[in-house]
Design a protein around this ligand. Structure first.
Ligand code: B12
Length: 219
């Protein structure tokens, strides 16, 4: 079994110690930490998630898997940070939309964006829609990025564009939406400028949007 598959297994087993050891081995072997998170940790988490959805496992197993994923991510983070140390590529206000506590995916998106050189203001989870806008104004953000994992909470997402329009600020910000139930067409209808299926795509989309916009706001 290669190291990425072992990582998938460690996350599925919820084996925090093993996932951290594997993460260390991965960097020692020169594996791309980006790939280890996406194809090892997140993949393991998705498998556990699917099992949970089919009632094949219980909540404590999901939580243990999340802990194992986070332990590996903690080890990998410093190596990710080394990839880009030039000036900011843009400022992103990122959070999980109101009513939603699922922050594991958002946390990966945050790490990936930071790795790619973006400045990320993490608002956490259960973030009221208006707060995204208020914080974007405070931080002079370029992008407002929101995550929703519940089909019930994704319905708040169109309110981001609506509130921006109401305040006559729509042109000032780019909106990026994502999360398991969100798809590209829906995101576009919800007023998003960009959508990413996973954290890697989130980075590509953020970079493309910033290029179209002509660069980051000057603080
Ligand atoms: C872990 C988990 C939990 C944990 C969350 C822990 C945490 N800190 O996040 C806990 C136990 C707290 C939990 C609670 C609940 N959960 Co839950 N949970 C899950 C589970 C198993 C995994 C979700 C996850 O973390 N996936 C892994 C991450 C890495 O993937 P991701 O979030 O999709 O993120 C990736 C992409 O979507 C993308 N992305 C994410 N955000 C963004 C943002 C942008 C801008 C972009 C571009 C991209 C992007 O990039 C990420 C990385 O690649 C799913 C099952 C599943 N199959 O997904 C259920 C699931 C989401 N939960 C569900 C439910 C119903 C609940 C509860 C209501 C349960 C209950 N009855 O109490 C509560 C709700 C609590 C709340 N108010 O939010 C349902 C949702 C069903 C629905 N129709 O919406 C699911 C699908 C399970 C099921 N099949 O029933 N849950």
């Amino acid at each position: 079994m290669d190291l990425l598959e072992q990582m998938v297994e460690a996350v599925i087993q919820g084996d925090e110690k093993r996932s951290a050891v594997l993460a260390r081995q991965a960097v020692e072997q020169g594996l791309d930490p980006f790939q280890v998170i996406q194809e090892g940790c997140a993949r393991g988490m998705h498998i556990v998630g699917d099992r949970f959805g089919r009632l094949e496992c219980y909540l404590p197993e999901v939580i243990l898997a999340a802990d194992a994923m986070n332990a590996a991510v903690e080890v990998l983070k410093p190596y990710l940070m080394k990839r880009e140390d030039r000036g900011t590529r843009g400022t992103v206000v990122l959070g999980v939309i109101q009513g939603d506590l699922h922050d594991l995916g958002k946390n990966i998106v945050k790490i990936m964006l930071e790795t790619a050189g973006f400045t990320v203001h993490d608002l956490g989870s259960d973030v009221p829609v208006r707060r995204f806008v208020e914080e974007a104004e405070k931080m002079r953000a370029d992008i407002i990025a929101a995550s929703a994992i519940l089909t019930t909470t994704m319905t708040y997402m169109p309110d981001i564009a609506a509130i921006l329009r109401e305040l006559d600020l729509r042109e000032k910000y780019l909106i990026m939406l994502g999360g398991a139930p969100v798809i590209a067409d829906w995101a576009a209808k919800a007023g998003a400028d960009g959508y990413g299926e996973d954290a890697l795509e989130a980075v590509g989309v953020a970079q493309r949007l910033m290029a179209q916009k002509g660069g980051a706001k000057v603080p």
